[in-house]
Write a protein that binds this ligand. Sequence first.
Ligand code: CA
Length: 226
Amino acid sequence: MKHHILVVEDEAKLAQFIKLELEYEGYEVTVHHDGLEGLATAREKNPDLILLDWMLPGVSGVEICHRLRQTGDKVPIILLTAKDEISDRVAGLDAGADDYIVKPFSIEELLARIRANLRRNQEEDSNLLQFTDLRLDRSSREVYRGSRRIELTAKEFDLLEYLISHPRQVLTRDQILERVWGYDFMGDSNIIEVYVRYLRLKLEANNESRLIQTVRSVGYVMREDK
Ligand code: CA
């Protein structure tokens, strides 16, 4: 799938040059010369990355940064700044930009920064696991069913994380014990049933559909009710 890059730059020649180079590299590119239009596209199209000029007609680059971050938008933003705007660069990073690049820049440098920022964003995304309306965030250890936040104990979380990271794959009781409780677990293996029951109570507290299914005499699987 092509990454979509939004370029907001009022120097038309530079914007066109960047567009052609990025398209040549296989990116899908949208260009705006005006800050307000750029902001609108950022919100409507959810680009994978934004190249943002500092001085723009309409709304400034820093203001666009501010507004996107205010609404929780985490899209990677690279600021394009002129050499003599060092204090502006600091303000830009304060405003939530991820990176900046100083004009004039080489296209190789720009491409390298774009790749690095896209990669970083993908790594963060890999912390988010989703199965139907169930979401689990490995980094914050938060779990949501739809918009409902679910509080889990540490072991409940570990068990759910193991199940949700292997969707539709039957996990045997031995696999679950080893992975969630550890190889040297000496306690009662009914512990899995007990924790699955806790999880189901919490995940189905509002009468939601069952997501953790029992596979008799084998183990468990995360899949939707048939
Ligand atoms: Ca400008």
